[in-house]
Design a protein around this ligand. Structure first.
Ligand SMILES: CC(C)(COP(=O)(O)OP(=O)(O)OC[C@H]1O[C@@H](n2cnc3c(N)ncnc32)[C@H](O)[C@@H]1OP(=O)(O)O)[C@@H](O)C(=O)NCCC(=O)NCCS
Length: 187
């Protein structure tokens, strides 16, 4: 499997006693992403969008066939693994995402057990590096307006709110998002 960026690194500052790596998701990894998305979403999103919408969006975005379709349409998924090859997070980028109207980071999810230790920062950087290697800019992303933890994470990485975006998912679920854009101030 191809690895992204520096192959392995130990983050002494984080006090993490193991090595983490980030690699591309291949088609055989799709079931792993489906399972990891379920694990993270069911812990993070019910308090923001409710259980029903969480389940509807998981089924729509992370079913095996849905992920395969996204990858075929240019969503590049990356997986972060710990030193025992256990998946701890995943993300995705695209040179053109219809929901963003251009290039951007389209997924960024870390297992709650691993949050707050600098791993999200590392995964986010890998996604931005991959995008920047294609020359695609500016980088945008979408985030739920009540996802305060993630919005503040993006602020710290130089993103600003471009505008509010209200759209229906599956003609039923309101996505009340912020469209955020990298203002170039860096992270
Ligand atoms: C948003 C998300 C990806 C951020 O990942 P994370 O691993 O929690 O974030 P990080 O640990 O990299 O950074 C958060 C803070 O942790 C703290 N931290 C603790 N130890 C750290 C270390 N060793 N190195 C760096 N930061 C550290 C810092 O305060 C850091 O803030 P900073 O950016 O100002 O340095 C993650 O919280 C997540 O998956 N959330 C739920 C899903 C979600 O909402 N995804 C976004 C959808 S749009």
């Amino acid at each position: 499997m191809p690895e992204i960026g520096p192959s392995r690194s130990r983050d002494a500052g984080a006090g993490l006693a193991q090595e983490f790596r980030i690699r591309q998701v291949e088609s055989e990894d799709i079931p792993l992403v489906t399972a990891l998305a379920g694990h993270i979403w069911r812990r993070h999103y019910p308090s923001i969008i409710g259980v029903e919408q969480t389940e509807a969006m998981l089924a729509g975005l992370y079913a095996l066939d849905a992920l395969a379709r996204q990858m075929a349409a240019g969503q590049h998924y990356l997986l972060m693994e710990d030193g025992h090859q256990q998946a701890v997070g995943f993300g995705a980028w695209s040179r053109y995402d219809p929901g963003l109207g251009g290039p951007g980071v389209t997924r960024l999810y870390l297992d709650p057990a691993w949050q707050g230790r600098g791993l999200g920062r590392r995964l986010f950087q890998a996604l931005r590096d991959a995008l920047s290697a294609t020359g695609a800019a500016p980088v945008r992303l979408r985030v739920n307006r009540r996802n305060v933890q993630a919005i503040n994470f993006y602020f710290r990485h130089g993103f600003v709110i471009e505008r509010a975006l209200d759209e229906y998912y599956d003609q039923r679920w309101l996505l009340d998002d912020f469209l955020m854009i990298d203002d170039g101030s860096g992270s």
